[in-house]
Design a protein around this ligand. Structure first.
Ligand code: OAD
Length: 231
């Protein structure tokens, strides 16, 4: 069981040039969640929903991991049995940094999935239609492998399993609007939070260390803290 959980959100990829969701200028200012990220959108608004995720996929093709992704990859490699990386992010910055064993809670942009038989394909950065619209196994319409609001999030139970053994929880770059940070912190003996600024959805008074600065800056101190904790 990993003693340290690193839990990340969109903020860790902000310095790679990937939009967050709720910061000023974030994706949910430009798009309405109910149009393209709610259960049912693929039935009522398939074209625009698919187009949105096609654009997101194309957008990350040339984006590169930043110092925070690379440092997290390095510390995970150093302590493979003691650290588990869990992310809400659907981008592939950790994969591009070389991480192989991370939990994507909300899906993965590069993948499409068949809602009927569960077939999954990594289509890279292409449009869904350029791959194929129908499942090669059962011919159902494929969809982005992303968890929409109001849909089950099957990886949440894995998250709770990993958190059960957690002693140090490091949270980086999430506003806490989707996953309740207080609930996460209840699992851990010690907690560290790094965001650019305070979030209305996070009560930081019970968090042991709070770093309001860029992840690329905070990460060196965080890595030192993890090392100290594990040694
Ligand atoms: P949000 O956009 O809600 O929050 C981003 C957080 O990152 C904010 O708290 C910022 O302060 C922080 N931040 C921004 N730039 C940063 C930087 N350079 N360094 C450190 N922190 C920075 O993103 P999430 O909390 O990840 O779901 O959003 C959760 C989920 O909501 C996403 O997984 C997504 C979205 O709807 C799906 O796509 C299904």
């Amino acid at each position: 069981m990993a003693k340290v959980i690193i839990f990340t959100g969109a903020g860790v990829s902000a310095e790679s040039g990937i939009s967050t969701f709720r910061d000023s200028g974030g994706l949910w200012e430009k798009y309405r969640i109910e149009d393209i990220c709610m259960a049912g959108c693929l039935q009522t608004n398939r074209e625009k929903t698919i187009e949105f995720y096609d654009k997101r996929r194309a957008d990350i093709e040339h984006k590169k991991p930043n110092h925070a992704h690379r440092q997290i990859k390095a510390i995970c490699d150093k302590y493979p049995n003691d650290i588990k990386l869990i992310t809400q992010n659907v981008d592939d910055m950790f994969e591009k940094a070389g991480c192989v064993d991370l939990l994507h809670l909300h899906g993965f942009l590069r993948e499409v999935v068949c809602p009927s038989c569960g077939f999954i394909a990594d289509i890279g950065y292409t449009k869904l239609a350029s791959y194929q619209e129908h499942c090669p196994k059962c011919h159902e319409l494929l969809r982005p492998n992303i968890v929409f609001f109001g849909e089950p999030a099957p990886k949440y139970s894995d998250m709770h399993d990993f958190l059960t053994g957690c002693e140090l929880l490091v949270i980086i770059g999430t506003s806490g609007n989707v996953i309740d940070i207080r609930m996460l912190c209840e699992y851990a003996d010690r907690t560290i939070l790094n965001n650019l600024e305070p979030s209305d959805a996070i009560d930081d008074t019970n968090i042991d260390k709070v770093l309001y600065q860029k992840a690329s800056v905070a990460i060196d101190e965080i890595v030192q803290d993890i090392e100290l904790f594990l040694n």
